[in-house]
Design a protein around this ligand. Structure first.
Ligand SMILES: NC(=O)C1=CN([C@@H]2O[C@H](COP(=O)(O)OP(=O)(O)OC[C@H]3O[C@@H](n4cnc5c(N)ncnc54)[C@H](O)[C@@H]3O)[C@@H](O)[C@H]2O)C=CC1
Ligand SMILES: CC(=O)C(=O)O
Ligand SMILES: [Mg+2]
Length: 604
């Protein structure tokens, strides 16, 4: 039921009374309608709940307090993660409200690094499936299996993974469904995407993870990954089916393997509203961190000399985004701008004609002639290039050694060092070391969260505390998704990504407060504000570029923000109004995102 607002009928309804046809235990077991002990006296009467609940009526705030105590009594982070997963399927509003009220504490439990542990243990901690599991051997069923989740109007946001390169912990097969879920939880939490209008998907193509193949409890296809034409056909069938069934949905690709991530993005990007988070999201947030750090260093993009260690999906995604920003800033070609970036991978510096290069790496490789007689290992490259920025996306813990960091710091005043590999144990260096080795001068941001670091780096050796920003695509993808969904864009263009990046950089405390010990990027405490700002920029750019298809997008900036806010889902209990099932909407009948209800609206 779309709510009337000053903007007319908004496509997404997030406020006002909620019609509901469910009653009794069915209602208590419906995750989006259930309020547990918070059902009012009238609701208990109207919905046949009186004898099903203890007498006490509680507020959402009281429930949050109770849930927080239960959460806190779990002694390790994986147990806390499991508790939250169970809460989500019991009572979605309470789940999101609990997270919202304790965001800084719980972010790392529902996302990296703990979600990585949950994914690694998926088949052992499995309780209830959540999402769509598609099987490469059942390509003929893909359309049908996808069709069960809603009508054309009902799905806004799909996250899909094939589970090959999850959060830095490699191939996790069907456990990848949890990264699709985790990213969608963040879109709701950080950007108010409606939790009933999203779809987590895993494409099960087998796994090359020997531990999973040898685990008799493993739940996915227990065989080596299928690749080649069969794989491409499977992905294509998924994309085409999703487009046909849910033509308004934005498709977010997550944690595909190195060979496929970029290739699939290049294939589908010109045709549909899609986004690869590891390539583009990571590229945007890292460029934002670099822009903030350059500002602190009183330098510009034209001064940047960037070494990327680990030239895979994320590393080259970052290199692309930075290259395009340099080209735009200096008014030069992308080819020319790429000369300010050096990629180092397993063989060392990537060199044309020497190393086997992917299409994406080629534009950054150096020539044999240029690099003759020069060292190609990371230390050698640092000595030669004298970079002011070093990024780690290699999954090699400790790769940024004291020697390397000191070498870098000996050439530049404020070395920008971003160890981005997740989870925490795979970071190329930890902030405390980076700051100690550079006398507090390093400008640091990390892929997973770290506590602030104290050291004698203030005036006259006084102790100061340096906060370290988390440089994770989670800062930016929810806002890009929100802007794309609300504008119903037909494409995610380069310009949309550039404006999103600038919006994030501008909100980082280092730039906003002009304090050079402040974090380079905005923190989770302001994440919803960041998402609104990013969404606004994305929407405005989509309109300017003629790719927005949503009618009635306000042109005035204040009104646009209001329009965005009105469509963001909030974890609050809406009053329930009973309506008989006959003639009620699918939402009222509790059929949104529920498979196996009376009717199959999209059956082919
Ligand atoms: N902070 C963030 O927002 C993000 C962080 N990441 C993290 O970045 C890391 C890489 O992820 P992807 O790019 O998706 O993986 P990937 O597998 O595509 O890339 C990793 C690259 O590192 C290279 N590498 C491995 N060992 C190396 C060594 N000893 N020396 C030099 N290079 C080496 C590999 O050859 C490969 O090119 C992961 O830990 C992932 O969690 C990825 C996306 C976003
Ligand atoms: C953050 C993220 O997307 C990754 O580590 O894969
Ligand atoms: Mg990822």
């Amino acid at each position: 039921m779309a709510e009337k607002s000053k903007f007319g009928h908004l496509p997404l309804s997030t406020k006002g009374p909620l019609e509901c046809s469910l009653r009794g235990t069915v209602l208590l077991h419906h995750q989006s309608f259930n309020k547990g002990s918070a059902f009012t006296k009238e609701e208990r009467r109207d919905f046949e709940l009186a004898g099903l609940l203890p007498q006490g009526i509680q507020t959402l705030e009281q429930q949050v307090r109770r849930a927080y105590d239960q959460y806190s009594s779990r002694h390790d982070d994986l147990a806390k993660n499991t508790f939250l997963t169970s809460l989500k399927v019991q009572n979605e509003v309470l789940f999101f409200k609990l997270l919202q009220d304790h965001l800084e504490e719980m972010f790392s439990v529902i996302y990296t690094p703990t979600e990585g542990d949950a994914i690694q243990n998926y088949s052992r901690i499995f309780r209830r499936p959540e999402g769509v599991f598609l099987n490469i051997y059942d390509v003929d069923r893909v359309y049908h299996d996808l069709s069960l989740w809603g009508t054309a109007e009902e799905i806004d946001y799909i996250v899909v993974t094939d589970g090959e390169e999850i959060l830095g912990i490699g191939d996790q097969g069907c456990g990848g469904i949890l990264i699709s879920n985790a990213k969608l939880i963040l879109t709701t939490l950080c950007a108010g995407i409606h939790p009933n209008r999203v779809l987590p998907v895993v494409l099960d193509c087998g796994t090359d993870n020997e531990d999973l193949l040898n685990d008799d409890l493993y739940l996915g296809l227990r065989e080596k990954r299928v690749r080649g034409e069969k794989y491409d056909n499977f992905v294509d069938t998924f994309v085409k089916s999703a487009r046909k069934l849910y033509p308004k949905a934005f498709i977010h690709f997550e944690d595909f393997g190195l060979d496929n991530a970029r290739r699939l993005l290049d294939k589908y990007r010109p045709e549909i509203p899609c986004f690869n988070d590891d390539v583009q999201g990571t590229g945007c947030v890292t460029l934002a961190a670099i822009m903030a750090a350059l500002h602190v260093s009183k330098l510009g993009l034209s001064d940047l000399r960037l070494v990327v260690f680990g030239a895979g999906t994320a590393g080259v995604g970052i290199a692309d985004q930075v290259r395009d920003a340099i080209a735009a800033e200096r008014g030069i070609s992308a080819e020319e701008a790429a000369k300010q970036i050096w990629l180092v991978d397993k063989p060392g510096l990537l060199i044309t004609g020497v190393d086997k290069l992917s299409g994406a790496q080629k534009g950054f490789a150096r020539s044999k002639e240029e690099w003759a007689d020069k060292k190609t290992d990371l230390l050698g490259v640092i000595e030669e290039v004298k970079p002011n920025a070093l990024i780690g996306t290699s999954t090699v813990p400790g790769a940024f050694t004291e020697e390397i960091v000191r070498a870098m710091a000996s050439h530049v005043e404020r070395p920008i060092i971003l160890p981005l590999s997740n989870p925490t144990r795979l970071h190329e260096a930890v902030p405390a070391d980076l700051l100690a080795w550079t006398n507090g001068k390093a400008l640091v941001a990390t892929g997973s969260p770290f506590k602030p670091v104290k050291g004698p780096w203030g005036a006259d050796g006084t102790e100061i505390e340096i906060e370290v920003a988390e440089c994770n695509n989670s800062v930016v993808f929810p806002g890009i998704g929100l802007g794309s969904v609300l504008s119903r864009t037909t494409r995610v263009t380069d310009k949309m990504l550039v404006t999103a990046t600038k919006a994030v950089a501008a909100m980082g405390p280092a730039l906003k407060d002009q304090r050079d010990t402040a974090p380079l990027l905005p923190g989770v405490d302001v994440v919803r504000d960041v998402s609104v700002r990013v969404a606004r920029k994305v929407i405005q750019t989509a309109v300017d570029e003629g790719v927005a298809t949503q009618a009635g997008i306000p042109t005035d900036e204040v009104e646009l923000d209001e329009w965005i806010h009105e469509q963001m889902w909030e974890p609050v209990y809406r009053p329930l109004k009973y309506v008989p099932a006959e003639g009620a909407s699918r939402e009222a009948r509790g059929e949104l995102k529920v498979v196996g209800s009376v009717q199959r609206p999209n059956e082919a």
